[in-house]
Design a protein around this ligand. Structure first.
Ligand code: ADP
Ligand code: MG
Length: 460
């Protein structure tokens, strides 16, 4: 049994007393599960929700290893945004109160470089910051990471969402191999799993939410007449009102037709299939994953390998012949312990497909008729974000931090108005809140990124 008292950990009583004075009486679940491993020096992958006490999970660990008499950076914490780095910095300073003479430096964009350089020159033991600015310091030789013994990636999924993978990889290459690495992430897309394999050594994985092995997917089959299919699809949207959905069709032509039909009925949708050029495909995926398009209409082939998290609904415009494909399709909803909905349309002739699914899943299929759907005529589905395309990318040495910097600095947006940033070779895509669109476009009529004018347009 794991004890949840801090005094059960191999840390000094002065440290425990300080925690107590901060109101930390008992460990949170992630701390109770993670800290014993962290304090043994093991690499850790931790999955936990916001507010679960992750900062102390790595903070208590990294502080034990700081040698105050060595004036170099011994712990490096990477955070996705300036705000999060600020929060982590504050929390670490509180945790460090019982350990004299520990200096922490915040290395984030939007703050004067020279002051950070000065702090580093005076000797900082802990560096907390955003990947972009940390890389700047490395490039200019103002930050040395050869003394790092603890590396923390906080909110790793968000950092990857923001396009920081390359930058993070470059930063990690500057740290010693024999370091302890702690990675925190709320979700585990493939990219994180891949990254974990290369940067962690024999990691211990802890997860505080009970894993829902039996994910809850509510499946309903609606019998319709073939000529009513599109109308019934609309009925499904109006009735269930999902915020995101993946609609499966059989053919490329069907995908285009269905996406067009939904658009004509005020439901923002894009089709994805094998006939699209790579650039078009990239754009569709960028828009779907950055929340600027709520509905994707796809063939099985095109949907293969889509790395999409938290889809609220999967809709089968037409059922596949093979029940295994059905199960594969609907497995894209209801991930991470959330309830997902799987909705399918079928005609009388296709009834056998429903039967086959029933046999395959070994449970009865809940069937209904299209007429049972509550219509909601005024219903519209619009994405919360819009995508701006910029005519500069990796080849122009554009990095996510540069765009974030231009938009939160000169263009006057707040960090929360900016979503995912995707950098391609010769173009970049930034998701911004719909309400900030005109401000952003106006900025780019004269505005610059890294001293260069960049052309921007909204993708439609
Ligand atoms: P996360 O990074 O998981 O979102 P934080 O580390 O920011 O969460 O912690 C959330 C809040 O809980 C902070 O205000 C922190 O001071 C507090 N906290 C963390 N651990 C404990 C604990 N063991 N007891 C009481 N409060 C805690
Ligand atoms: Mg946190």
């Amino acid at each position: 049994m794991t004890s949840n008292s801090f005094s059960s950990l191999p840390i000094s009583s002065a440290f425990v007393a300080n925690l107590d004075s901060l109101g930390y009486k008992k460990m949170t679940a992630i701390q109770a599960q993670g800290l014993p491993h962290v304090l043994q020096g093991k690499d850790l992958i931790a999955k936990a929700k916001t507010g679960s006490g992750k900062t102390a999970t790595f903070g208590i660990g990294l502080l034990q290893k700081i040698n105050p008499r060595f004036f170099g950076v011994q712990a490096l914490v990477l955070c996705p945004t300036r705000e999060l780095a600020d929060q982590v910095g504050k929390e670490l300073r509180k945790l460090a109160r019982s350990t004299p003479n520990i200096k922490l430096v915040l290395l984030c964009g939007g703050k004067p470089f020279a002051a950070q350089k000065g702090s580093l020159e005076h000797g900082a033991h802990i560096a907390v910051g955003t990947p972009g600015r940390i890389q700047d310091h490395l490039t200019r030789g103002t930050l040395i990471l050869t003394g790092v013994n603890t590396l923390v990636l906080d909110e790793a999924d968000r950092m990857l969402d923001m396009g920081f993978l390359d930058v993070i990889t470059e930063i990690i290459a500057e740290t010693p191999k024999a370091r302890q690495t702690l990675l925190f992430s709320a979700t585990y897309p493939d990219l994180i799993t891949k990254m974990c394999r290369t940067i962690l050594q024999e990691p211990v994985t802890v997860s505080v939410e009970a894993e829902h092995h039996d994910t809850v997917i509510e499946q309903t089959f609606y019998q319709v007449k073939n000529q009513q299919r599109k109308n019934a699809l609309l009925g499904l949207f109006e009735h269930y009102q999902p915020e995101t959905a993946l609609v499966f069709c059989h053919t490329k032509i069907q995908c285009d037709e269905v996406a067009r039909y939904l658009q004509e009925h005020q439901i923002e949708a894009l089709a994805i299939h094998g006939d699209l050029e790579q650039r078009e495909r990239d754009q569709v995926l960028v828009r779907f994953t950055n929340h600027s398009c709520p509905v994707l209409v796809a063939t099985d082939l095109a949907a293969r390998g889509l790395d999409i998290k938290s889809l609220q609904a999967v809709i089968n415009f037409e059922l596949p012949h093979d029940p295994e494909i059905y199960v594969h399709r609907i497995g894209r909803t209801g991930r991470a312990g959330e309830t997902g909905i799987a909705l399918s349309l079928f005609t009388e002739q296709e009834h056998l497909r429903v039967k086959a699914i029933e046999t395959f899943q070994n449970k009865p299929s809940r069937c209904d008729t299209g007429e049972s759907l509550q219509p909601n005529p005024g219903f519209t589905l619009q994405a919360p974000m819009v995508t701006i395309q910029l005519d500069s990318g990796r080849k122009n040495k554009i990095r996510p931090g540069d765009l974030l910097g231009a938009l939160t600095g000169d263009a006057g947006l707040s960090g929360s108005q900016i979503g995912k940033i995707d950098i391609f070779d010769i173009s970049s895509y930034v998701a911004v809140e719909r309400s900030a669109l005109s401000q952003v476009l106006k900025y780019f009529t004269n505005g610059k990124v890294k001293g260069r004018s960049v052309r921007a347009r909204k993708i439609i």
